[in-house]
Write a protein that binds this ligand. Structure first.
Ligand SMILES: [Zn+2]
Length: 434
């Protein structure tokens, strides 16, 4: 037994959390872009017997929220660091690095492979671009330091995990269709890898499964496409996963905390003609405050955007405060933008240093690039922030709770159950009194 493992055990005993020798494990299932009510109604309707099998009597956090911006890479990083974007530094799917003058779009076809360490996209892809950019420690780093094993399957955050299963070239061949990704194939390959891993190596102390397909199908076809996808694709994969875990240990659920959650919610699209020209109109308003096109960088994250302003010919230097304030005024005074922009504000002390000089928030139901088809997310409204957060804890409480809950509190909750501390993470979720 390593020193850190022994230390962790002592911690457990001191906390009265578990008896020595009792093994504890955790399984985290992340469903990309599934809103809380969508998951709950599909589950309650009996269409998810696989989830019902693993969750059994679980605690449902009825007020669980994502982070801002409510987009994938910000939310996923928050789950696995236990911190909001202002602390972990992944400000969304897009941000602009002033220091290098480089714009990042993690979900673009050119950059997404870099998240999964396809190194022919550049040496900075070697350890996964998100892992490289994260400014906060991950749950896996803390688990490894405590002597625990962890495995991550197809999730873009895996820094510190003892085992990361990433899509390989054979996987990519099954789900890459030109520049498009067949996310149903992604989910099936992910589950296959997870099942093989458990079958050959047993259940690790901490296991993360990442289902990306529900987000993709809903972007194209709206929220109504999610329940059938959950029921016909993801749920049978969960059931097969449960078979694999049960084959290893028929009592696996008695020692395992199971967490089901999502990185963000979503909103069905409504056609707002002014959304189509938002980038152009926003850029025009900024130009009226004295910035040329090449002095403006927008990082678009669904229902919000960061605006970066060049100081003369330098990105490294921040613009003078009065000039940034003039841009805020121009945006606020623009009659066309008033249809879709809720407000713009200057970067605050509480924002990440990586944030734009301005942050622009759209009104509920408004999104950059919204054509009125499918569904979107990234807005600050309740629908985009609403996520399922269901925790089955051996012998733990079941039912529903209205306690405050957010995805930044999952890491410390899992860490406490496994007997180690997630330093720097938001506090563990409260459990309602019996
Ligand atoms: Zn997402």
């Amino acid at each position: 037994m390593s020193f850190s493992r022994r230390a962790a055990l002592w911690l457990l005993i001191a906390a009265g959390a578990a008896t020595a020798g009792e093994r504890r494990r955790a399984l985290i299932v992340v469903l990309d872009g599934v809103r809380r009510d969508t998951f709950e109604q599909t589950y309650a309707g009996g269409a998810l017997p696989g989830f019902s099998r693993i969750l059994g009597s679980a605690l449902w956090y009825d007020r669980a929220e994502s982070v801002l911006p409510s987009v994938t890479m910000a939310g996923q990083s928050s789950i696995f660091t236990g911190t909001p974007p202002a602390r972990h530094g992944i400000l969304g799917n897009q941000w602009f690095d002033r220091a290098t003058g480089r714009a990042y779009d993690y979900v673009s076809a050119g950059t997404a492979p870099c998240l999964y360490a396809f190194t022919w996209f550049g040496s900075e892809c070697r350890d996964g671009l998100l892992n490289r950019h994260l400014l906060a420690p991950t749950l896996y780093e803390a688990a490894t330091a405590a002597g625990l094993s962890s495995a991550v399957v197809f999730h873009p955050v895996w820094r510190g995990a003892t085992r990361a299963v990433l899509p390989g070239i054979l996987d990519a061949l099954t789900f890459l269709q030109g520049a498009d990704v067949d996310f149903e194939a992604f989910d099936r390959r992910m589950a296959q890898h997870a099942i093989s891993l458990v079958t050959s190596d047993g259940q690790p102390d901490l296991l993360t499964l990442y289902f990306a397909g529900a987000d993709s199908i809903a972007h194209g076809h709206g929220i109504a496409s999610q329940p059938p996808y959950l029921a016909s694709v993801i749920d049978p994969l969960i059931d097969r996963m449960a078979n694999a875990l049960e084959a290893q240990d028929p009592d696996w659920r008695a020692s395992t905390m199971i967490v089901v959650t999502a990185d963000h919610g979503r909103t069905d699209a409504v056609a707002n003609p002014e959304d189509r020209t938002l980038v152009r109109d926003l850029t025009a308003a900024i130009a009226r405050a004295g910035y040329a096109g090449d002095q403006i960088r927008l990082a678009i994250n669904g229902g919000m955007a960061y605006v970066y302003l060049k100081n003369g010919d330098s990105w490294a230097q921040l613009p003078p405060p009065e000039k940034a304030a003039a841009v805020v005024r121009e945006i606020g005074a623009d009659a066309v933008l008033a249809n879709s922009v809720a407000y713009a504000r200057l970067r605050q002390e509480s924002d990440s240093p990586r944030a734009g000089d301005l942050v622009v928030f759209l009104k509920p139901g408004h999104y950059f690039g919204n054509t009125g088809l499918g569904s979107h997310h990234g807005n600050a409204d309740a629908l985009d922030l609403a996520v399922p957060l269901v925790i089955a804890r051996p012998g733990g409480p079941a039912g529903h709770t209205a306690l405050d809950a957010g995805i930044t509190r999952i890491a410390a909750t899992v860490a406490a159950f496994l007997g180690f501390a997630a330093d720097g993470a938001d506090p563990a979720l409260e459990i309602p009194p019996p």
